[in-house]
Design a protein around this ligand. Structure first.
Ligand code: UDP
Ligand code: MG
Length: 352
């Protein structure tokens, strides 16, 4: 009876800070023309939402005037700049920013103004109501070509085979995360970082907000179909072994067919005295089997290549220089403990 009194049917939702410390991580590759307009709107928006904010621009080895475009902003408290030693890719740039973000909530957004900052109050409200992760998902893909839409559908079909780890369809990197989620992400040591998968893997209570991405403010997307396909392979190899199993099943099916066909040829010959049929069947069979074998070696190779990347244990990114300082009075000790989790700094002292 006494025990009944102790049991609680539900956990109370943690009371969340109405004006939390916010970190905004922005990966930027050749975004010189976009950073000014982005920071103008974003800093204004953040100032309205909280007294303590920081924007971490991670320059992913840009070859344009991105560092120059940022120079006037670096005198402003809260704007931080991290330059990677070369172009490591968006996933690595996001990791570099997340490793440095000190806020109670961390927002990830692109530098090209496709992610509307006007959505941040709604995302923050969802966090205040108890969501640990608030991600945004494209309301429609009507603006994309058929190849990209089919490719995306196929990708999610393959990668979401594990019911325990479901990557929300169409959810991108524009998201808000609680400190707990950020620390969980930072504890994942893998080098092949397919971020959308990692967000789903860590779990936590997630809310999805549908939105329509704006057109790119200036410049062009860095993601060609080839680059997207490469990213998709990283995602698939990191999150499912299904392709390996499919090729095992294919091997069994082909072997079964070969045995059945061989048996039929023997019976045909013994019962009806029909000679072994001509070369065409043999050649077609051989070509088919060689194709299947090469494909399966290719798929195995993809997995082995990822294992090779992991065992080398190279850092996910290298930092060339950093400048600007967090505007937070007392950054969380955990954040600093993990700041170097995935990186090495080539010149730690050099500041812009
Ligand atoms: N980006 C990056 N490194 C790269 C490619 C892209 O940091 O190697 C950044 C880019 O500056 C932008 C974001 O990632 O802020 C999304 O890139 P993009 O707009 O090219 O992709 P899309 O919106 O077409 O998916
Ligand atoms: Mg974009």
């Amino acid at each position: 009876m006494a025990r009944d009194c102790i049991m609680e049917p539900t956990m109370p939702t943690p009371k969340r800070n109405p004006r939390p410390r916010i970190s905004c991580v922005v990966p930027a590759y050749n975004e010189a023309r976009n950073l000014g307009p982005l920071l103008m709107g974003l800093t204004e928006r953040l100032s309205a939402l909280t007294d303590q904010w920081e924007v971490i621009i991670v320059d992913d080895g840009s070859r344009d005037a991105t560092p120059l475009a940022l120079l006037p902003w670096l005198i402003r408290p809260g704007v931080r700049y991290v330059r990677l030693s070369r172009n490591f890719g968006k996933e690595a740039a996001l990791t570099a920013g997340i490793d440095r973000a000190d806020g109670e909530v961390v927002i990830l957004m692109d530098a090209d103004l496709q992610h509307p900052a006007s959505l941040i109050p709604q995302m923050l409200a969802a966090w205040q109501e108890g969501a640990d992760m608030v991600c945004t998902a494209r309301a429609s893909r009507a603006d994309e070509g058929l190849a990209k839409r089919w490719g995306t559908a196929l990708f999610y079909g393959i990668v979401n085979r594990d019911p325990a780890v479901q990557i929300p369809v169409d959810a991108g990197d524009f998201r808000l995360m609680d400190r707990q989620v950020v620390d969980a992400l930072k504890s994942l040591p893998e080098r092949n970082r397919f971020m959308k998968g990692l967000y789903a893997w860590v779990g936590f209570d997630t809310t999805v907000i549908p939105y329509t991405p704006l057109p790119r403010h200036s410049g062009a997307s860095s993601y060609s179909l080839r680059k997207l396909a490469k990213l998709a392979f990283t995602g698939i190899t990191a999150f499912t072994n299904a392709p390996l199993r499919w090729w095992s099943a294919m091997g069994v099916a082909v072997a079964g067919c070969a045995v059945a066909y061989g048996t039929w040829i023997v019976i045909d010959h013994l019962l009806f005295g029909v000679d072994v049929p001509g070369w065409a069947t043999v050649v077609a069979g051989m070509m088919f089997l060689s194709g299947v074998q090469l494909l399966s070696i290719g798929i195995l190779g993809e997995y082995i290549g990822r294992i090779f990347d992991e065992v080398k244990q190279r850092p996910v990114y290298l930092v060339a220089r950093e400048s600007g300082r967090s505007a937070f009075a007392s950054p969380s000790p955990i954040a600093h403990e993990h700041a170097q989790a995935h990186s090495a700094t080539t010149h730690p002292e050099s500041v812009y």
